[in-house]
Design a protein around this ligand. Structure first.
Ligand code: UGA
Length: 447
């Protein structure tokens, strides 16, 4: 078993650290945020992630998982040092490398004996070389180290399972034996392992996230067409996804993608492309379509209600997707801001993410359950497809509303069921009122 240090106790670091400990390794999780470390040492998990709390508790108890803010303590005994710090977007969309650079300097100062430094954060192509040069600058040839890129592909909400059963493990290094050493940490996994060079591994991560975002933007563009042309995007997705060459994932139309990764990574890739003389036109369209999906919610609400000022909108779900309390770049948050900006009165409900939402939107009105949120509302907007929203009794909810109108941003419900309870129902990409044939003919003739 190995001695592992994980630098950074965010989503990726904490999940990776506790999973490596569960596989039997001795893991030290290191973070410069002392209050976070104190919390973790007191058994407090800073994020909501199914299964994580148990995993941390079990491995701390077994003495395989410890938390510290001391580089001097954590780095020297480690065989592997994973860098899992944040890489937020800079002003031009570029990934900010300040946390990675700071970590590399402090790792350099404390290296002792052969160490493999593994980049797990999503970092721009070339960052592995940068980390290597920072370490050489600070230690000269006095240290024995190798750099490996091992991007993480876990999704929030299913992070522990994704870490332990990944579709693939990607390892990039200029030193194949170092890459094989990292591969040995995953020896109990059955997933395919790709060993490649450093820059290719770094690019695989960006290309994967950008492709997933592209698929969602693609189906959202098709959804907008379906609304005009009288087709149903859910059936279109199903019909496309059954083609093995296409596959069914990431083809659910909705209010656009969000979260801490897609926007940051698409922007960073676009920036990398642009500064290196490429023309990233597809990535730009992917971003624009996503922005328009959020705006289309405002348009639909305005059209249906005949304005927004003074109308009460209940927003159900504020996290960027279900099973997480993360509201970073959540469509709901931007839509709530737009609604408030237009003078609407908003009341939000979410099973776990309301405290984070209230930090983002000062003075946000919230309710403790969906029924409280819809009280006196003129419209309900479903922003996140939490499972518990399937249990809502819409007869009861509708009775408390001023107007029974539901805008279903995730196509969670069957329109017939809602309409039978007296609701006006609008989903995404459900072309139930297409432009009349005569208009099609006129438009086609004109073009
Ligand atoms: C994403 C990737 O899926 C992970 O593989 C990657 O490791 C992670 O980013 C990262 O780079 O750290 P995550 O941000 O947790 O994971 O979110 P996803 O589950 O991919 O969902 C992203 C957004 O797309 C959500 O807002 C979701 O609602 C939306 N989405 C997804 C759709 O609107 N339609 C779909 O069909 C799928």
């Amino acid at each position: 078993m190995s001695q592992i240090c994980i630098v950074g106790t965010g989503y990726v670091g904490l999940v990776a650290g506790s999973c490596f400990a569960d596989l039997g390794n001795d893991v030290v999780c290191l973070d410069i945020d002392k209050s976070k470390i104190d919390g973790l040492n007191a058994g407090e998990i800073p994020i909501f992630e199914p299964g994580l709390e148990d995993l941390v508790r079990r491995n701390r108890h077994a003495g395989r998982l410890v938390f510290t803010s001391s580089y001097q303590r954590a780095i020297p005994p480690a065989d592997f040092v994973f860098i899992a710090v944040d890489t937020a977007s800079g002003p031009g969309g570029e990934a900010s490398l300040s946390s990675v650079e700071a970590a590399a300097k402090r790792i350099a100062a404390n290296l002792d004996g052969r160490t493999i430094i593994v980049d797990k954060s999503t970092v721009p192509v070339g960052t592995g070389d940068l980390v290597s040069s920072i370490i050489r600058q600070h230690r000269g040839d006095d240290v024995d180290f190798h750099i490996v890129s091992n991007p993480e592909f876990l999704s929030e909400g299913s992070a522990v399972a994704d870490f332990l059963q990944p579709d693939r493990i990607v390892l990039g290094s200029e030193n194949p034996s170092a890459a094989r050493d990292v591969a040995s940490l995953y020896r109990s996994f059955t997933s395919p392992i790709i060993i490649t060079d450093l820059r290719t591994a770094e690019m695989i991560k960006y290309a994967s996230n950008a492709f997933l975002a592209t698929r969602v933007s693609f189906i959202n563009e098709i959804a907008s067409m379906c609304e005009r042309l009288g087709a149903d995007v859910t059936e279109v997705s199903r019909g496309m996804g059954l083609d093995k060459r296409i596959g069914e994932g990431y083809l659910s139309a909705g209010v656009g993608w969000g979260g801490s990764c897609f926007r940051k990574d698409v922007l960073a890739l676009e920036h990398m492309a642009a500064v290196n003389g490429c023309h990233p036109q597809l990535l730009r369209a992917v971003m624009e379509i996503n922005r328009d999906m959020r705006r289309s919610v405002i348009r639909k609400l305005r059209e249906q209600l005949g304005g927004l000022r003074g109308f009460r909108v209940a927003v159900l779900g504020v996290s960027f997707k279900p099973n997480t309390d993360d509201v970073r770049d959540a469509p709901a948050i931007e839509i709530i801001r737009l609604l408030l900006g237009e003078g609407a009165d908003v009341v939000a409900y979410d099973p776990v993410a309301l405290p984070n939402a209230a930090n983002e939107v000062k003075g946000l009105k919230t309710a403790t359950d969906p029924y409280g949120a819809v009280e006196g509302a003129d419209a309900v907007f479903i922003a996140t497809e939490w499972n518990e929203f399937n249990e809502i009794d819409w007869e009861r909810a509708g009775a408390a509303m001023r107007r029974k109108f539901i805008l279903d941003g995730r196509n969670l419900y069957n329109h017939e069921e809602l309409e039978s309870c007296g609701f006006e129902y609008i989903g995404v990409g459900q072309g139930r009122n297409p432009s009349p044939i005569s208009e099609f003919a006129a438009v086609n003739a004109a073009s």
